[in-house]
Design a protein around this ligand. Structure first.
Ligand code: UDX
Length: 437
C-alpha cells in the first residue's frame, strides 16, 4: 500500500520506517530540512534502539523515501498525521497548530477515497472538527483516528507488534471503508492476533489520554506512598513489591523515585484536565492536578536530599549527576526530571558535572550553563556526592568499590531506587534512596 507520514519526529519517523519494513511503500514528510536530510541518509535524527537498522533496510528496499515537499504525499492512499501536539506556552492545553497546518497543507493533494489517519495525541473533539473541515474541502477523503501507544526506547517493537490497535472511524459506509484500509495497513499485526477496538472518534481520542493518565496516576500513587514512607520510616520498594503481587494492582509502573517526564505523560495529564474544564467536567479529572503536583514535588525532594546529605548546602560542592534523559534508552530530555534536578542543583551553586550515554547534546542545547562529562568516570572524579537520576544499565551496574575510588566523598543518592543499598553500604557508601530508610 502507498502511504505518506506527515511529521517525522519520534512518532512519525518510527512509524514511516516500520510501515516500510512491513512491506508498504512510504514517504515521510517533515518541514525540518535537517531532519529530512538525516533520514534520507538512513540516519535516525534522535536515539532510538533499532531505528537505524530498519531505516537502512527499508531505504535499501526502495520502499521508503523522505521529503520536505508535501506534494510528495500525492498518490498515496493513506496519509498519517504524526506531528507534535505540545503544551501551549503559558497554558495547560494542547497546541494543535501543527495538526491543523499539516491537514491544511495536505488537503490539496488528497484524492477521492483517500484516508487521513490521525496518530497525534489530541484533546477529545479534535477529530470531529477536522472531519468537518475535510468535508467542507470537498476532497472526497475521509478521516480515522488511530492513536499510538509506543514507548520511547521500545518504539520500533511497539509499532511493529503493538499490544492493541484502536480505530476511531466515522459512522456508516465511510467507517466500513476506513476499517478495511486500516486492516490492510496493519495486516501483519492482525495476522498475529493483535486485538482491535473499532470505535468512534471521541472514544479513540480518549483511549490515548486515559491510558497515559492512568499510567501517570500509578506512578504518582507510589510516589505519594514514598512521601508517607519518608516520614514514617517505611520502605516504598518493599511496599510496591508487596502490593504488586496482587494481580489486580500489578508491579509494573510502581517504581518510586524522582517521577515521570518526557514528551507525553506530563503534557497529556495537563491537556486532559484542561479539555475536561472546557467540557464543563473539570471535577472529573481534577485528581490529575494532584497527580501532577505529587510528581513535581519529587524533583524538589531529591534536591533537598542532596542538600541534607552534603551537610546543609551544596554551594561549590562537586555533584556528579548520572543521567539526563527522562528515561533510559532515550536521548529525550523533554520535561526530564533528571535534567531538572541537575539544573536546580546548579542554580544553588553546586558544581554539577552531568553525564548521560545519549542525552548530552540535547541537554547542552537547553542548559549550556551545566557542566558535562561524556565519560562516567570523569563525572565521578572527585565528586562530593553522586546523584543517580536516570537508570541507564551502565549506572545500575556500577561497582560500589571501584566507584568509591573515584569520588572524594562516598555519598550516593539513588533517585530511581535501582541500586542495592546493602552492597553500596558494605563498600563504605552513605546510601539514600527515595522513600526508603
Ligand atoms: C508513555 C507511555 O508509556 C506510552 O504508552 C505513550 O505512547 C507515550 O507515553 P514514554 O513517554 O516513552 O511512554 O515513557 P514511559 O516508559 O511511560 O515512562 C514515562 C516516565 O515515567 C519516565 O520518566 C519514567 O522514568 C517514569 N516512570 C515510569 C517512573 O517514574 N516510574 C515507573 O514505575 C515507570
Amino acid at each position: 500500500m502507498r502511504m505518506s507520514v506527515i511529521g517525522c519526529g519520534y512518532l512519525g519517523a518510527v512509524h514511516a520506517a516500520s510501515m516500510a519494513e512491513l512491506g508498504h511503500e512510504v514517504v515521510g514528510i517533515d518541514v525540518d530540512p535537517g531532519k529530512i536530510r538525516a533520514l534520507q541518509a538512513a540516519q535516525a535524527p534522535f536515539f532510538e534502539p533499532g531505528l537505524t537498522d530498519i531505516l537502512e533496510s527499508a531505504m535499501a528496499s526502495g520502499r521508503l523515501s523522505f521529503s520536505t515537499d508535501i506534494a510528495a504525499a500525492g498518490g498515496s492512499q493513506v496519509h498519517f498525521i504524526a506531528v507534535g501536539t505540545p503544551q501551549k506556552k503559558g497554558e495547560s492545553a494542547y497546541d494543535l497548530s501543527y495538526v491543523d497546518a499539516a491537514l491544511d497543507a495536505l488537503t490539496p493533494h488528497l484524492a477521492d477515497g483517500n484516508l487521513v489517519v490521525g496518530k497525534s495525541t489530541v484533546p477529545v473533539g479534535t477529530a470531529a472538527r477536522l472531519a468537518e473541515k475535510m468535508e467542507r474541502s470537498g476532497s472526497g477523503a475521509s478521516l480515522a483516528w488511530n492513536p499510538e501507544f509506543l514507548r520511547e526506547g521500545f518504539a520500533v517493537k511497539d509499532t511493529i507488534s503493538p499490544d492493541r490497535l484502536v480505530y476511531g472511524v466515522p459512522a456508516g459506509e465511510k467507517g466500513v471503508q476506513a476499517r478495511q484500509l486500516l486492516d490492510e495497513v496493519y495486516a501483519v499485526a492482525l495476522s498475529n492476533d493483535t486485538p482491535v477496538v473499532v470505535t468512534d472518534y471521541a472514544t479513540a481520542e480518549l483511549v490515548k489520554v486515559a491510558a497515559n493518565a492512568f499510567l501517570a496516576t500509578k506512578i504518582s500513587f507510589i510516589n505519594a506512598m514514598a512521601e508517607i514512607a519518608e516520614v514514617s520510616g517505611g520502605d516504598v520498594t518493599a511496599l510496591a513489591d508487596a502490593i504488586g503481587y496482587d494481580a489486580r494492582i500489578g508491579r509494573r509502573f510502581l517504581n518510586a523515585g524522582i517521577g515521570f517526564g518526557g514528551g507525553c505523560l506530563p503534557k497529556d495529564i495537563r491537556g486532559f484536565a484542561a479539555r475536561a474544564e472546557e467540557l464543563g467536567r473539570g471535577e472529573s479529572v481534577r485528581f490529575l492536578l494532584e497527580v501532577d503536583a505529587v510528581n513535581m514535588r519529587r524533583r524538589e525532594r531529591m534536591v533537598q536530599m542532596v542538600i541534607q546529605a552534603l551537610g546543609g548546602q551544596v554551594y561549590r560542592k562537586k555533584v556528579a549527576v548520572l543521567g539526563l534523559a527522562f528515561k533510559p534508552d532515550s536521548d529525550d530530555v523533554r520535561d526530564s526530571p533528571a535534567l531538572d534536578v541537575a539544573v536546580r542543583l546548579n542554580g544553588l551553586g553546586a558544581h554539577v558535572i552531568a553525564t548521560d550515554p545519549e542525552a548530552i547534546p540535547n541537554s547542552i542545547r537547553l542548559h549550556p550553563q551545566l557542566g558535562f562529562a561524556t565519560d562516567t568516570h570523569d563525572a565521578l572524579h572527585n565528586a562530593d556526592a553522586v546523584v543517580l537520576v536516570t537508570e541507564w544499565k551502565e549506572y545500575r551496574e556500577l561497582d560500589p568499590i571501584a566507584t568509591g575510588q573515584l569520588v572524594r566523598e562516598k555519598i550516593l543518592l539513588d533517585g530511581r531506587n535501582v541500586l542495592d543499598p546493602a552492597a553500596w553500604r558494605a563498600a563504605g557508601w552513605t546510601y539514600h534512596g527515595m522513600g526508603r530508610p
